[in-house]
Ligand binder design. Structure first.
Ligand code: FAD
Length: 486
């Protein structure tokens, strides 16, 4: 079986790795992976700053870590021999601030997925006005009427769900900055069902989100106690690699036969005839394959599939994407004013600033920054301000520094500055996403040996993309095995 993988981001590389494993175990398959850019890895890219400036400091241009509770990334790292490179976040320092005017206010303790679960921190936080606090308290008493207020049991936006339970101030001060920080997204458009399925389930069961979350926390606590009694390990929230996430890309590429990875190949059109799939590249003749894994952004997959299945192409094209910009600024810690104790801060859109969020990198993963240095990683763009993508690097850095001056009183020049743009890179799970994905799976399932992988479908994070890439390749390897048995 000859298989084409289109796109060598983490999803495509994970698929190639899985196929390579199957091949080494005797599966009779051939694969090629095509990447339009000059390097594999997609949005994963990191650089280690050379000495003498900041010996060994890691700058992440795209993602900086994976969620520890989603196992696919950590499992893959271990398989690739990177187990000793895994590094947990310093959760003792984990605290996130929200910008209110010129002040950084810590998220109240006990906040779980936007849901307040502790009374005193909720009542005393300066983040909310007294009426909002009263409403947050009363939500605990609300049972059936909030469930009934749900629009016809259908999907709704995260903002709508949060507003029904806690009011607009919680949308403005919590949902909006958290979602634009994580997804580069807009709480008014993102789907509650796809982005916060746990809250939708809690509402269905308990009516009150706070009541539901308290019950869930109790169960989790009991499970943790049992885990601890059985020698379970404490897990940090985030995990990364000591030398940067580029290590994962490099380790995957090292396991793939180099003759099969083709960078600078932009797939243009896929067609299907009696002999199988034909894939066309810009300026290249078509190639024939028995199976295809499209691991590009959905809007690219839509274009490639335009002649194969119109409705599938339309559904893929309808998945919105946001663009994002990261700006790494490296300073001498002694030259900047003391930072508030935490991982960083989020900026609500009501504050009308260019910056979406800022991570204090040396605090989140202390082992990756040279002693005495501080790295501030700023985010910009997103759904909030796509026009930033058109600005020059100088202008973007000027605006980030202006915000840092206003928020953290940092006026000195950074020693290293790195700006990266990621156009149309983050899929937005907008209202109705789950139903759209069901239709996409149905249409794609009706086509022979066509698989879709990447961040558009079933999880935006690195672990989700690895899981989907490996599952697509695994399904093809299994179908080959079944055919051999017959
Ligand atoms: C700034 C940023 C920060 C993030 N932070 C985190 C984080 O901390 N933790 C986390 O878990 N996730 C994070 N994410 C999300 C996560 O990194 C991505 O969702 C994931 O890496 C996407 O992988 P992918 O393979 O689906 O897509 P991509 O990485 O976008 O790869 C797709 C590949 O397809 C290629 N391609 C496109 N068109 C063609 C074509 N016509 N022919 C051939 N190849 C083509 C592209 O060049 C690209 O290499 C972040 C994302 C961004 C942008």
């Amino acid at each position: 079986m000859r298989i084409a993988i289109v796109g060598a981001g983490i999803a495509g590389l994970a698929a190639a790795y899985e196929l390579e494993q199957a091949r080494r175990q005797g599966a009779e398959l051939d694969y090629d992976i095509y990447e339009s850019a000059s390097r594999p890895g997609g949005v994963i890219s990191s650089r280690v700053v050379p000495s003498p400036c900041a010996d060994g400091t890691v700058l992440e241009h795209g993602p900086d870590s994976f969620l520890t509770e989603k196992p696919a990334a950590i499992e893959l790292c271990r398989e690739l021999g990177l187990g000793d490179q895994l590094l947990g976040s310093d959760d003792a320092q984990r605290r996130t601030f929200i910008l209110v005017g010129r002040r950084l206010v810590p998220l109240p303790d006990g906040l779980m997925f936007l849901v307040p679960t502790r009374l005193v921190p909720t009542l005393t936080t300066p983040l909310f006005d007294p009426i909002t606090k009263l409403r947050m308290g009363l939500e605990y008493l609300a049972m059936g009427w909030l469930r009934r207020a749900r629009p016809g049991g259908e999907d709704e936006s995260v903002a709508s769900l949060v507003r029904r339970h806690y009011g607009q101030a919680v949308v403005d001060r919590l949902a909006d900055p958290l979602l634009s920080g994580i997804y580069g997204g807009d709480a008014e458009q993102l789907s509650a069902q796809s982005v916060l399925p746990a809250l939708v389930r809690l509402e269905a069961e308990y009516g009150s989100l706070t009541r539901g979350m308290l019950a869930a926390r109790k169960k989790q606590h009991a499970a943790q106690q049992t885990g601890a009694q059985h020698g379970g390990q404490h897990r940090t929230i985030f995990t990364t690699l000591r030398g940067g996430l580029q290590q994962l890309v490099d380790a995957l590429v090292a396991r793939i036969d180099p003759a099969r990875l083709h960078c600078g190949f932009s797939a243009d059109l896929l067609t299907l005839d009696a002999s199988g799939w034909r894939l066309r590249f810009h300026g290249e003749p078509t190639e024939r394959f028995d199976a295809v894994i499209l691991a590009t952004p959905a809007w690219v997959a839509a274009r490639i599939l335009r002649e194969v299945h119109g409705p599938l192409g339309q559904e893929l094209a309808a998945i919105p994407y946001s663009s994002s910009i990261t700006v790494n600024l490296l300073y001498d810690e002694a030259e900047i004013p003391p930072l508030p104790p935490g991982f960083g801060f989020l900026v609500p859109s009501v504050e009308r600033r260019a910056m979406l969020a800022c991570t204090f990198v040396h605090r989140k993963f202390p082992g990756r920054t040279a002693p005495g240095k501080a790295v501030l990683r700023c985010f910009a763009g997103g759904m909030r301000d796509e026009s930033m993508m058109e600005e020059s690097d100088e202008e973007i850095v000027r605006r980030m520094r202006e915000d840092l001056r206003g928020i953290l009183s940092i006026a000195c020049m950074p020693q290293v500055v790195e700006v990266r743009r990621w156009p149309r890179s983050m899929a937005q799970y907008s209202v109705g996403h789950a139903a759209r994905i069901t239709r996409i799976r149905e249409y794609a399932g009706a086509l022979p040996r066509l698989h879709l992988a990447g961040n558009a479908y079933d999880g935006i994070g690195i672990s989700d993309c690895i899981r989907l890439g490996r599952a697509a390749a695994g399904a093809l390897a299994q179908s080959l095995q079944r055919a051999a048995v017959r």
